[in-house]
Write a protein that binds this ligand. Structure first.
Ligand code: FAD
Length: 443
C-alpha cells in the first residue's frame, strides 16, 4: 500500500514521507497547510513576465493601450532590459495557457479593431509553430538525437568546445551578443528581435550548430517552448522556410537598439547548414478525450494552467486536483515559472471544483492518489510535442497499471487552427478572420 493521505483525512504537512515510511514508496500529500510552492522560490518580478492569472491580466491591462498601431511600429525596437514596454511580455503566461489566446485578443481587438492586425498575427505565430511541430514531431526527436551527436563531437574538438563556451558565457567580444546572452541568463527573457540577432550570430558568425543554441535558449528562457524555440532557430538558420536564412546586420542592430551596440566582425553571408528533407505533415497525435460522468482526477501540468476556465469541463465529477511535486527550488527561470503557474492553477482548480489539491512525488504517487480518490480517469491539458511527453508517458503507464485512463483536453483554438498550420505561416494567416470568428472574436 503506498504511503498517502486520502482526501477524507486531515492534511499532512511537510515535504517528506512521514518518518518510518519507506522513502522509495510513492508519496502524495494534501496541498492545504503546505507553504505555497512560490514561497520556496527566490523572488520573481511577477509584473515583468507574469505567470499567475491575476498578474497576467494586470500585465495585459497595462499593455492594452500599446497593442494597436503603436505595437506595429515599435515592436522591433529593443531598448534593453527593463524597457521592453512596446511588447506584451505575456509569452510566459500564454505558453502555459495561464491566459488563452482568446482572452488576450478579446480586449485587444475590442479596443484597436483593424489596428490590432500586427499583434494578432504575432499571437498566431505561436499557434502556427505549435501546430506545425504537431504535424512533424520527428523534427523535435531529430533535434534531441543531434544534440547527443554534437555533445560527443564537442568532447573531441577543443576549438569548437572553446567557441561554444565563450558563446554560452557571453564572452565572444561581440558587444550585442554578449549583452543579450547576459540579459537572457539574468532575466530569462529576450525581445523577439534580439533573439533573431543572437541566433543569427550564433549560427553564421560563430559557426556553432543551431541545435546547441536552441538548447541554450530552451534552458534559460522563462517562456521556453519546444515549438516556438526549435522552429524559430530553424527559421533563422534557413531550414524552416527552406533556403531563406536571417542574417544579422551591424547597422540595423545599431539602429534598432538606439545606438547601444556597434558589433564588428559579423558574417557577411549565411551558410545554411545541411539538413534532411522535411518529413511530410501527419495528423496530430491522437489524445483520448474525457468521458462525461466518470470520476476524475485533474492533473495540472505547465501545458495548460487554466483548465478550470474551460466550460466543457465544469460538469465532470472531479474528485481532486493534483500536480507533480517539482522538488527542490534550485531551478532555472522556466522551471521556476512552471512551479508558480501550476501552483496558482491548483488554487483556481480547487475553487472551481470544490475539491482538495495534492502534490504527488511522481507518476506512481499520482496513480495511487487517483485510486484513493476513486477516480477512473485522470484529466490533463493536451500535452504537445516537447519535454512534456516523457512525464505524460510515465504517468499514463502508471495509471494503466492501476486500471485508470489518462485523458487530455484539446482546446478548440488548437483543434481549429492546427489543420492550417502544416505549411508556411501565410496559409494560416489567410485563415485568421475565420479562426477569430470561430473563437467568437469576430463576425
Ligand atoms: C530564436 C528564437 C527563439 C524563440 N523561442 C521562443 C520560445 O521558446 N517561446 C516563445 O514563446 N517564443 C519564442 N520565440 C518567439 C518570440 O521571441 C517570443 O514569443 C516573444 O519575444 C515573447 O515576447 P512577448 O510576449 O513580449 O511578445 P509580443 O510581441 O507581445 O507577442 C505576443 C505573443 O505572441 C506570440 N509571439 C510573438 N512573436 C512570436 C514569434 N516570433 N513566434 C512565436 N510566437 C510569437 C507570443 O505568445 C507572445 O507572447 C522565439 C523567437 C526566436 C527568434
Amino acid at each position: 500500500m503506498p504511503c498517502c493521505v486520502p482526501p477524507s483525512q486531515p492534511a499532512r504537512t511537510g515535504a517528506q514521507p512521514p518518518s518510518g515510511a519507506d522513502p522509495r514508496r510513492p508519496f502524495f500529500r494534501q496541498r492545504e497547510g503546505l507553504p505555497r510552492l512560490s514561497d520556496r522560490l527566490p523572488a520573481m518580478r511577477a509584473d515583468h513576465h507574469p505567470v499567475t492569472r491575476s498578474a497576467a491580466f494586470a500585465r495585459l491591462d497595462q499593455f492594452l493601450p500599446g497593442a494597436g498601431a503603436a505595437y506595429a511600429v515599435r515592436r522591433n525596437l529593443d531598448h534593453g532590459p527593463g524597457h521592453h514596454h512596446a511588447v506584451s511580455r505575456l509569452s510566459a503566461a500564454i505558453g502555459r495557457r495561464v491566459l488563452s489566446e482568446a482572452e488576450v485578443l478579446t480586449p485587444v481587438l475590442t479596443r484597436h479593431g483593424k489596428d490590432a492586425a500586427s499583434f494578432t498575427s504575432e499571437v498566431f505565430w505561436r499557434t502556427y509553430f505549435k501546430g506545425w511541430l504537431e504535424a512533424r514531431p520527428t523534427i523535435w526527436h531529430a533535434w534531441l538525437g543531434a544534440l547527443d551527436r554534437i555533445d560527443a563531437h564537442l568532447a573531441d574538438n577543443d576549438t569548437l568546445a572553446a567557441r561554444h563556451l565563450a558563446a554560452v558565457r557571453g564572452e565572444t567580444g561581440i558587444d550585442c551578443f554578449d549583452h543579450w546572452i547576459d540579459e537572457l541568463a539574468t532575466t530569462g527573457y529576450l525581445h523577439n528581435w534580439a533573439r533573431m540577432q543572437v541566433a543569427s550570430i550564433w549560427i553564421f558568425t560563430l559557426e556553432l550548430p543551431w541545435e546547441l543554441g536552441a538548447r541554450h535558449f530552451l534552458g534559460n528562457l522563462i517562456d521556453g517552448d519546444a515549438a516556438s524555440n526549435t522552429l524559430s532557430w530553424r527559421w533563422v538558420a534557413g531550414l524552416h522556410t527552406r533556403g531563406k536564412a536571417y542574417l544579422a546586420d551591424p547597422e540595423r542592430i545599431a539602429r534598432m537598439t538606439g545606438g547601444r551596440f556597434a558589433p564588428v566582425g559579423l558574417a557577411a553571408r549565411a551558410c545554411i547548414p545541411d539538413d534532411p528533407a522535411l518529413p511530410p505533415a501527419q495528423p496530430p497525435r491522437k489524445a483520448l478525450a474525457p468521458t462525461p460522468d466518470v470520476a476524475t482526477l485533474v492533473w495540472i501540468t505547465p501545458e495548460d494552467c487554466a483548465l478550470e476556465t474551460e466550460t466543457a469541463l465544469h460538469a465532470l465529477p472531479v474528485k481532486a486536483v493534483a500536480m507533480l511535486d517539482p522538488g527542490a527550488a534550485d531551478a532555472g527561470h522556466g522551471a521556476r515559472a512552471d512551479m508558480i503557474a501550476q501552483s496558482d492553477a491548483l488554487d483556481r482548480a480547487t475553487t472551481q471544483w470544490g475539491v482538495p489539491a495534492y502534490l504527488a512525488d511522481g507518476p506512481q504517487a499520482l496513480a495511487a492518489l487517483a485510486t484513493e480518490c476513486g477516480a477512473h480517469q485522470v484529466l490533463t491539458g493536451r500535452v504537445a510535442t516537447g519535454p512534456g511527453l516523457d512525464p505524460l508517458i510515465a504517468v499514463r503507464g502508471a495509471l494503466r497499471r492501476s486500471g485508470i485512463t489518462l485523458v487530455e483536453h484539446v482546446r478548440a483554438w488548437d483543434r481549429n487552427a492546427w489543420p492550417h498550420a502544416t505549411r508556411g505561416f501565410f496559409a494560416l494567416r489567410e485563415q485568421i478572420p475565420q479562426l477569430l470568428a470561430q473563437a467568437g472574436l469576430a463576425d
